[in-house]
Design a binder for this molecule. Structure first.
Ligand code: UT7
Length: 340
């Protein structure tokens, strides 16, 4: 057991399947148009997993890159936390599949809070590090949503995409890391975004199949209302918990669901849009993979430098929300710090 520590992101990696599905491709599948999708969501394309790919294969690909950046071997990991709602199987947990395929020898568990699961996982990992219990925790957000989509339902099939992102969170003496977090759940309204069949309440049957209850069903307007309320509210709570203001945020990385949700939050928070990271036009909504995919791309583009304060703010099924304020005290790819 060590003494309490700061946490630091020492490695990062992403994986998006090579196959790209454009809005024009979707025009041939359902009654929709490129213009409608771009105007209502901002999404231009999404990546779709190929036949041999699963949530675990994508997660492992992202995790191996994160370990390489951190200069660590799988054997160095003390814990693996995976955020996903689209696991390979109900049982065993996909976190154990990933642990085995990486060749790690450590505990592993899955968090299934929808699109917020990566940030829930990051905050959870931070607790193990801050308490001194663990030194290196691998946190993954991986999602293969395309296999849980009704490809005849234009209300949902245009929105989602597949992918994975991973970070290594390590113990550090360097001040910074996670400064504050805000987690929440409002289950009363949870069925507005649900896979209704196949669980203990409504076990798998021919009827479940006929009613398409194995697929994601969503009341988009209700989720939209929740998202536009919670995104600014949780960001505000986050900075207040850290004794800061919205002006102190250097980069806001919101959950990448819909550019209109992000624009409304930008207006309400009165934050400079230049400080808001958006890449949903390329990936669509990748659920729990969305924030790590955005974080990794922001790093790769040199958007993050030493001591920058990043606000990662997510919302999703549950309904849940999860936000973390992180002061960058790790290495960066552009020479500000050290990439081992
Ligand atoms: O990670 C969290 C997961 N979910 C979300 O973040 C989703 C949040 N919600 C949204 O992003 C938006 O509500 C949507 C993008 C899903 C829908 O946008 P909207 O502006 O709320 O549209 P709407 O549901 O009010 O529908 C407007 C019209 C409807 O037609 P009528 O009833 O007015 O004739 C829909 O049937 O647009 C129609 N529509 C479409 N038209 C063309 C719905 N989907 C499509 C489509 N293409 N793909």
């Amino acid at each position: 057991m060590m003494s309490p520590q700061y946490s630091q992101i020492t490695g990062w990696g992403k994986y998006a399947p090579p196959k790209v599905l454009t809005n024009y491709d979707l025009e041939k599948m359902v009654d929709t148009s490129h213009d409608w999708i771009v105007q209502r969501t901002g999404i231009e394309q999404r990546h779709i997993a190929g036949e041999g790919e699963t949530t675990a294969t994508m997660a492992v690909a992202a995790a191996q890159k994160a370990l390489a950046v951190a200069g660590l071997e799988p054997a160095d990991l003390d814990l693996i936390v995976v955020g996903t709602s689209t696991p390979d199987y109900f049982m065993p947990a996909v976190s154990s599949l990933i642990q085995a395929r990486l060749g790690a020898n450590c505990p592993a568990f899955t968090i299934s809070t929808g699109c917020t699961a990566f940030v829930y996982g990051l905050v959870t990992a931070h607790q193990y590090i801050a308490s001194g219990a663990y030194r290196h925790v691998l946190v993954i957000g991986a999602e293969l949503v395309s296999r849980f989509i009704d490809w005849t339902d234009r209300n949902t099939c245009v929105l989602f995409g597949d992918g994975a992102g991973a970070v290594v969170l390590s113990a550090s003496d360097e001040p910074g890391g996670i400064l504050a977090f805000d987690l929440g759940s409002n289950g009363e309204n949870g069925m507005v975004l649900a896979v209704e069949g196949g669980g203990s309440a409504n076990p798998f049957s021919q009827e479940v199949l006929d009613n398409k209850q194995i697929y994601i069903q969503m009341n988009g307007r209700e989720v939209f209302k929740f998202a536009t309320r919670i995104l600014p509210q949780s960001t505000q709570t986050l900075v207040e918990k850290a004794g800061m203001s919205v002006d102190d945020i250097d980069l806001l990385i919101p959950h990448q669901a819909n550019v209109r949700i992000i624009e409304m939050a930008v207006r309400r928070l009165e934050i400079d849009p230049q400080k808001v990271y958006v890449n949903l036009h390329k990936y669509g909504n990748t659920s729990a993979a969305s924030i790590p995919l955005a974080l990794v791309e922001a790093l790769e583009e040199g958007r993050i430098k030493k001591n920058d304060r990043l606000a990662m703010v997510s919302f999703g099924a549950g309904l849940t929300w999860a936000s973390a304020l992180l002061q960058w005290n790790g290495p960066t790819p552009n020479g500000n710090g050290r990439v081992r």
